[in-house]
Design a protein around this ligand. Structure first.
Ligand SMILES: *Cc1c(COP(=O)(O)O)cnc(C)c1O
Length: 398
């Protein structure tokens, strides 16, 4: 992030307090209510950046940038060159590219590690016969998104200890994947993973998709020595939901780019990114870096307090705030009550909130003991609505 200041200065940007959350402040001139026409209900998002709920909202600034991009033809390759260079500069990486989400980054990044810039190898995927065909991963780091790595044709080789890594690393190893949020669960911790990768000359890849804020993490893993790092574009950064960032070693980013659109004969041709997402991703990233993060954090605390205070007006209700350390590092409000006195289960409250007017989604981690709410995807004024609704649903069960 050493160059952040100079870049922002060059771009003539000033941090704007008024656009803290970047949520559309300017009313738009939409004449049609498309979702209503289609019979698709909108809801207040007190859950978080879930893909199935469309994750995050883009600011008017980002939408303006995307609209601007939509009105011109440019070379997609030159645009990716330029946007990638800016993103790399902002994140303190050697190189970067905009991908089709972090999952797309996992696929193109892995493909780049397998093929380098060799066109024959690029065309051969997902057949990895005779190529680097294995990716190392800790057993405790296996997760749904490792499918995006396997999609290149590689086999995942599970390791648990450093000695396992030493034994498993070979000329067949394309990369060593680290799932950042799983760090507490694996025996090999993050810095050691990087060290092992360097020892065996195996590229290390960190999936930190959901791990900003804090903003410092945008550059942290590059500094730590990871060869590739990915973040989702449409989670904490509030960029296009179909975009992501892949950053890291220049040779690997170059190789990754050759494995995707606009090139036809590639494994990731279907993971296309057009100019609107590239520009939207860059502008969202600038705005995210430029945000007054302390003020945003204070606003989140205030919203949590508003909801907790309202719920606690109901007898036996208690609450607790938990901020996950790595992924989704934002306050999670957990609300509990004595269900023999307030006769409704948290899952039934969740259902009533969703079915009510306006519809409210709380987090899917709500369970039989507690209702779990986050506030970072709320628009201004919505915390008060959520507070009132939770209070009234609980009150009706007393
Ligand atoms: C959300 C997520 C992804 C996928 O990100 P997209 O940007 O939706 O493609 C990958 N890995 C992890 C850990 C995630 O949380």
């Amino acid at each position: 992030m050493a160059n952040r200041r100079s870049f922002l200065k060059a771009a003539g940007q000033v941090p704007l307090l008024g656009t803290l959350f970047g949520v559309n402040a300017k009313p738009t001139a939409a004449k049609r209510d498309y979702f209503k026409e289609l019979g698709v209900r909108t809801f207040i998002n007190a859950a978080g950046t879930y893909t199935t709920m469309t994750a995050s909202l883009m600011s008017q600034e980002v939408m303006d940038a995307m609209e601007y991009a939509s009105k011109h033809f440019v070379s997609l390759i030159k645009l990716q060159d330029a946007v990638g260079a800016r993103i790399a500069q902002l994140c303190g990486a050697e190189a970067a590219m905009v991908t089709s989400g972090a999952a797309g980054a996992l696929t193109v990044g892995t493909a780049g590690c397998i093929t380098g810039t060799d066109q024959a190898k690029i065309s051969q995927l997902p057949d990895v016969t005779g190529l680097k065909s294995e990716v190392l991963i800790q057993k405790a780091h296996r997760y749904g998104y490792d499918h995006a790595i396997r999609a290149t044709g590689v086999r995942l080789v599970e390791v648990e200890t450093a000695a396992d890594f030493d034994r498993a690393a070979s000329a067949k190893t394309a990369a060593a994947l680290f799932f950042n949020d799983a760090d507490p669960y694996g025996q090999i911790k993050i810095e050691e993973w990087v060290r092992l990768g360097k020892k065996h000359k195996v590229p290390t890849f960190n999936d930190a998709s959901a791990d900003v804020p804090p903003v410092e993490r945008l550059s942290l893993y590059n500094k730590m020595g990871f060869d590739l790092v990915t973040f989702s574009g449409g989670k904490g950064i509030c960029g296009p939901q179909s975009a992501g960032i892949l950053m890291g070693r220049k040779d690997l980013i170059e190789a990754a780019r050759l494995n995707t659109s606009p090139y036809s004969d590639t494994i990731s041709r279907g993971m296309k990114v057009n100019k609107e997402e590239m520009i939207g991703m860059l502008v969202a990233l600038e705005a995210f870096i430029n945000r007054d993060h302390a003020a945003v954090s204070r606003e989140w605390d205030k919203r949590v307090e508003t909801i907790a205070d309202a719920a606690k007006k109901i007898k036996t209700v208690t609450s607790e705030v938990n901020v996950p350390a790595i992924a989704n590092h934002t306050p999670h409000l957990k609300i509990r009550w004595d269900q023999s006195q307030v006769k409704i289960s948290p899952l039934e409250v969740k259902k009533q909130l969703f079915d009510g007017e306006p519809s409210i989604e709380v987090t899917p981690s709500t369970n039989k003991d507690e209702l779990v709410v986050t506030v970072w995807m709320l628009k201004p004024g919505e915390a008060e609505i959520v507070a009132k609704r939770i209070q009234s649903v609980l009150k009706s069960a007393v």
